[in-house]
Design a protein around this ligand. Sequence first.
Ligand code: ADP
Ligand code: MG
Length: 675
Amino acid sequence: MDIRYLKGVGEKRAALLEKLGIGTVDDLLAFYPRDYVDWSTPYPVAGAPYDTRCVIQATVYALASSGRVRGGRLMSRFTAGDDTASLILTYFNNPYISKKLQPGQTYLFYGKAAGSMAQREMVNPAVLTCTQAQAAPLAPVYPQTEGVNSAYLARLVRQALDGGAAARLPEPLPPALLQKYRLWGKAQAVQAIHFPRDMEEVRQARRRLIFEELLALQLGLGLLRGRGKALTGAPMRPVDLAAFWAALPFAPTGAQRRAAGEILADMAGKTPMNRLLQGDVGSGKTLVAAAGVYMAARNGYQSVLMAPTELLAAQHAESLQKVLGPLGVRVALLTGSVKGAAKKALLAALAAGEADLVVGTHAVLSRPVQFKNLGFVVTDEQHRFGVRQRSQLSAKADHPHTLVMSATPIPRTLALLMFGDLDISVLDELPPGRTPVKTYAVTGKKRADLYGFLRTQIAAGHQAYIVCPVIDEGETDMLAVTTYYEEVARPLLPGCRVGLMHGRLKAAEKTAVMEDFRAGKLDVLVSTTVIEVGVDVPSANCIVIENAERYGLSALHQLRGRVGRGGGQAYCVLISDHVTDAVRQRLRFLCHTVDGFEIAKFDLETRGPGDFFGSRQHGLPRLHIADLMADGRTLYAAQQEAQALLAADPGLAAPEHAGLRAAAEKLFEGDTALN
Ligand code: ADP
Ligand code: MG
């Protein structure tokens, strides 16, 4: 039904409504309020907060003046107040207001209260009589555009609802889902989202509508990626992991078992796996990947694992060899430093299917690297690689199963947003016996004491990282890493072996320094943040981070994860001389929290998600009511349900899914790939 059917909508208004995306009555009903004015608990005049919209209760005393002012605008001023303070009300271009406001009567006013303590002022506040406010205590506030204000929209919605428009809306959610999640029906939710009786109704209505929208989003994504269309070129039989777990020197965590189970189930499916494995530093992702490699090898398929640095690749090859070697999986290492005859032999072995797993750097992407039958592709620290590099790797086989691993503790909501076409497994549990890193935030005044502490730790056979933010002296008073190394670290650590590491070093130099540190030939490593993600140096138990205020909490948490890998107590000291309240609050949070997901969430909440992904740069449709950041649990449930629905009915072709399909199509309107 066209919006023009409603009274009060002519051609001009219709055009303005079009700008808000409202062309039909259904569109109007899907245009949800962004907030509500709660008329039920007004402030006394003196108690109204400054510069915040609020409701004030006041008695009108008199119309003080009314007339034209500069620009020809009509201005009406009223004196008003209560026994706490007086209030001046000013209205522009409102010829009816002097009829409406009766001296001696008490009203409720909604707007921003400015002015002084004794005399407050409000300009163009909305007004209700006390009786009106009692009848409808929560008034919707709509996003507005020029020529279409919130009150006008509220009247239109009221008119549509009174005409029974909500009841005519189709119900896209199947009865089973409504029941399972105890969701309100569409009509009830739409009615309540616009004109709720109380905030509990708002909550229920939102819950229902958010679920519907996120389900439509997930279904749309699922339809887009054509789940069920492309068959994997690496069909596999299920494999029992009992022998794999039994061969380990330790018991897997519950999270590792669960993630491995999810991966193996995917790999036994007809379609290629496309999964993100997320786990805090030290959660044991490598082992989970190894389970996938084991499954592939048992099925006669090869695997490849790509890591961002030579050192990391070497470390992975070593630890995977330990786990998989005894099980008969042949592991090879390919990096830029494998050359000549050795490289030739390795390439030949891969092409002949005589190696089951190759671990490497981006060298594995190069053209001469060919596999006999690659079935499983793993990328470690996925954020260090581009999407193109990952797909280059997958292109070496026919729809192989892919797994990307990340220690960047992005909340699931954000991961789903950024990697909308991936399934996600989470390792939310660390192997037992890990002692949380003791974390302290101090100012530079404590630096000398701190170095004393470092000396005793080093004397006890431990190693330390010291992180500085920049290489050269910048415009600020931050210590540059080289200057810091010369003037602070070395003088304060007499007799200690101190190494220097930064991004300007050549790759081979970096590897050499890192190798020295790992081998215990250096006691301390002064470094920029180039210190390698994921490298295990078990005897490093201290990390000092200078100018800690410069980093996001997640980055600090990642750095902190460099230590405490060898058992025993580890320490992290955050140094900052720029302590505003916000910085103090952030650093203190880190001192008391070890959970990377909690930290990332706090980070996002205090900084805002804008830093992470700008505005809609991931091509997802604009959502009406759901918030990908805030509605994480619902998003997860919606993803699960979408998967189940698509598994049963890949194209959503069944008549009972017509409503859901329509909802998904509507959300992705203009995305032709879906049609
Ligand atoms: P990350 O998730 O950071 O990549 P790794 O896979 O490098 O973690 O594992 C970190 C360390 O924990 C490794 O030394 C690994 O051998 C060890 N580890 C992994 N799983 C377990 C477990 N279930 N119990 C004990 N130690 C484990
Ligand atoms: Mg790792």
